[in-house]
Design a protein around this ligand. Structure first.
Ligand SMILES: *Cc1c(COP(=O)(O)O)cnc(C)c1O
Length: 238
């Protein structure tokens, strides 16, 4: 449980975040509705999710599969759209189907295959996925390198259980928001090039977090993933 005081603070920070998103969209000449907010609730208790839900938030993102499933099971009375935003491991793929409306972090053909094998025949016919792209080179381990992106996209399109919706970026933490902006622009260019190559639309660009969502929105983000600004600092994981 969280205190009434903390629940109110979450509601206020959420409202402030929504205003800031609308503001950034306006400055970018975009409609506020074109940017959706996924509240990243990792390490925060189910009570914090419920407080944000009560304040109108419907999309939540989790990074750790066990933690996500536990929270989902605690909140079955809420109509939440869950996203998976953490590192996806093949050996955890069996837990994923039917649990998340969007997986942001597909990064290899091997993972695509692991997901496909576990496909959910019951609920949605296809699992929506984003490809996480590594635009920072060696500094960063997660994500597919741009050279390998077309092949990964084609592998995903080969599985009728998966629906390719767009791209995701997690920039290096040691860059300032302004230094990240060229990477946001580059993700968009990668998306545009992939659309041309595959002759299909890839509507989703998942980029931007607490410190840099205004810059990401300027460069075309359609989903921003915000944790700290809504829920406060994350407790240290035990
Ligand atoms: C934790 C996390 C976020 C949220 O980060 P904040 O800086 O707390 O907003 C967004 N995206 C991913 C992939 C994350 O792991």
């Amino acid at each position: 449980m969280i205190s009434e005081h903390e629940a109110r603070a979450i509601g206020e920070r959420l409202a402030g975040t929504r205003d800031a998103i609308a503001d950034a969209a306006r400055r970018a000449g975009r409609a506020a509705e074109d940017v959706s907010l996924v509240a990243i609730s990792k390490f925060h208790p189910a009570g914090a999710v419920r407080a944000a839900y009560d304040a109108g938030q419907r999309q939540f993102g989790e990074n750790y599969i066990q933690e996500a499933l536990a929270k989902q099971d605690e909140l079955t009375d809420l109509d939440i759209s869950w996203h998976f935003t953490g590192k996806l491991q093949s050996n955890k793929a069996k837990f994923v189907p039917c649990r998340f409306d969007l997986i942001h972090t597909l990064e290899s053909p091997k993972l695509a295959q692991a997901l496909h094998k576990r496909l959910c025949a019951v609920a949605a016919p296809r699992q929506r996925v984003l490809l996480e792209v590594n635009l920072a080179g060696e500094e960063q381990k997660a994500g597919v390198m741009p050279e390998a992106l077309p092949a990964l996209a084609e592998a995903v399109l080969g599985y009728d259980s998966l629906e390719l919706a767009g791209l995701m970026l997690l920039p290096p933490f040691d860059l300032t928001p302004e230094q990240r902006r060229p990477l946001f622009a580059e993700l968009r260019r990668q998306r545009d090039a992939l659309e041309t190559r595959l002759n299909m639309t890839l509507p989703v660009l998942s980029m931007g977090m607490t410190d840099d969502f205004p810059q990401a929105i300027m460069e075309g983000a359609t989903i921003v993933r915000v944790g700290t600004r809504i829920f406060g600092p994350r407790p240290i994981k035990q």
